[in-house]
Design a protein around this ligand. Structure first.
Ligand code: HAM
Length: 429
């Protein structure tokens, strides 16, 4: 027997009952980004594999074991994007839109792909809204990114459930000095480290800091601290960021072990975390990457950005029951017609109403049906009102206007007056 067709593990359908919440979330973020002066960019989903290796780093989990990489028919190695920053940097370089110090404030939305072990809040195809700012090197813009997300959490009603973790990785020079000190310390305790950390000590020692292994964590207690190795410039930048967050009243926790899983960061790194989602608690994360553009063949160009996981934030809205009431209703008015003649008149009437009320969610019954069955469909649609066209209404050129949610009696409305009447009783989104 043939196996039934199924979606790939970790790659989910977003069903019609879920999409209103997704659209509400995406719409809220898009409006906020517009208001802060960010412009949308759209990059391809597939890029040359080399792009991700060079930007994210060869010895990161993403590049080592999580990328969906394949050879196309030309023999080129291509990869489904595991994140958006690399492609965004590639795009701005390719189109020269950051040349001559031009400031770019960009955002993107779309699916990303990582071959991770699926669990709640962690998928193989997931969706991000990300943003990247180029050619601004001060802490003011780092602060703006965080302030904007803080506002977003407020608008979504989840502010009390997220916490900001902050760290500075310093410039590449200061990070290099810190790495040396850390390697020296950890090498002296090599036998007490877990296997993964022993391997990371050789390839990517800073990642040892975010180990989950208790023994290794114990070794780390007395390890050299990153903050002690920050150069003056990074220290001033970090202080500048903190002062701005304090001025706006955004609380944060300094986490010296926050190193992030991608190699391109310098100076500021941050994560918004929650304890409402279980193990996958990071809902938004990012930082500064002043060396990345140059590393990818461009002129030195400071950059900073973040990305948020849409699945995780939608899960949070559900968990905290922060789902606005209006998004659960998708139909305002449902038109029922009970003869062929009435159906034709109803179609024309519906179009006239739509001309006058373009935001009205008006559904016309399709598939004919008895009085009872059309009413059942009208009720099930969630509409507030049913419009009725039967023989009597046709004769009088009126439409029956029937409240479905218990707000008063049925009335007759003249066809010409229908749009004006609807405008007074349906709040349009
Ligand atoms: P990231 O930390 O790898 O950073 O991902 C950002 C966010 O995407 C995470 O905080 C999480 O909410 C979501 N996410 C990541 N992996 C998964 C997954 N497997 N399933 C569900 N959600 C996931 C970046 O991607 C950077 N490009 C962010 C950035 C932009 N840094 C600077 N600019």
């Amino acid at each position: 027997m043939s196996k039934s067709l199924q979606a790939i593990r970790g790659m989910n359908d977003i069903l019609p009952e879920q999409t209103p919440l997704w659209r509400y979330f995406e719409g809220t973020v898009a409006r906020l980004l517009d208001n802060y002066g960010y412009k949308q960019i759209r990059m391809p989903i597939v890029e040359f594999t080399e792009l991700f290796k060079r930007s994210i780093g060869e010895v990161t989990d993403i590049v080592e074991k999580e990328m969906y990489t394949f050879e196309d028919r030309n023999g080129d190695s291509l990869t489904l994007r595991p994140e958006g920053t690399a492609a965004c940097v590639r795009a701005v370089l390719e189109h020269g839109i950051t040349g001559g110090g031009q400031v770019q404030k960009l955002w993107y939305i779309g699916p990303m792909f990582r071959h991770e072990r699926p669990q709640k809040g962690r998928y193989r195809q997931f969706h991000q809204i990300g943003l990247e700012v180029f050619n601004l090197d001060g802490p003011d813009i780092d602060a703006e990114l965080i302030i904007m997300t803080w506002r977003l959490w407020g608008e979504l009603g989840i502010r009390d459930a997220v916490k900001l973790e902050l760290n500075s990785l310093g410039t590449s020079e200061s990070r290099g000095r810190y790495r040396e000190a850390l390697v020296e310390y950890l090498s002296a305790h090599h036998d007490k480290l877990d296997e993964d950390s022993q391997r990371r000590l050789k390839t990517n020692p800073l990642r040892v800091l975010d180990t989950k292994n208790a023994d290794t964590q114990a070794v780390l207690v007395d390890a050299p601290k990153m903050a002690d190795y920050l150069d003056d410039e990074s220290r001033a930048h970090f202080e500048g960021l903190k002062a701005r967050l304090d001025a706006v009243g955004i609380p944060y926790v300094l986490n010296p072990k926050l190193v992030r899983g991608l190699d391109y960061y310098s100076k500021t790194v941050f994560e918004w975390v929650t304890d409402k989602l279980g193990a996958q608690g990071t809902v938004c994360a990012g930082g500064r990457y002043d060396g990345l553009v140059e590393q990818m063949g461009g002129k030195p160009t400071p950059g900073v950005g973040f990305a948020m996981g849409i699945e995780r934030l939608v899960l949070m809205l559900e968990t905290l029951e922060q789902i606005p009431e209006e998004i659960s209703r998708q139909v305002d008015v449902y038109l029922c017609a009970f003869s062929e003649e009435a159906e034709l008149a109803g179609l024309a009437l519906a179009e006239r109403v739509r001309d006058q009320l373009p935001n009205l969610r008006l559904q016309v019954n399709a598939g004919a049906g008895s009085f009872k069955s059309q009413f059942k469909k009208a009720d099930k649609s969630g509409a507030l009102y049913a419009l009725i066209l039967g023989d009597d209404e046709m004769a009088q050129q009126v439409v029956g206007f029937k409240p479905l949610r218990g707000q008063g009696e049925q009335q007759s409305i003249a066809w010409d007056a229908l749009a004006a009447h609807l405008a007074t009783c349906v709040v349009q989104g």
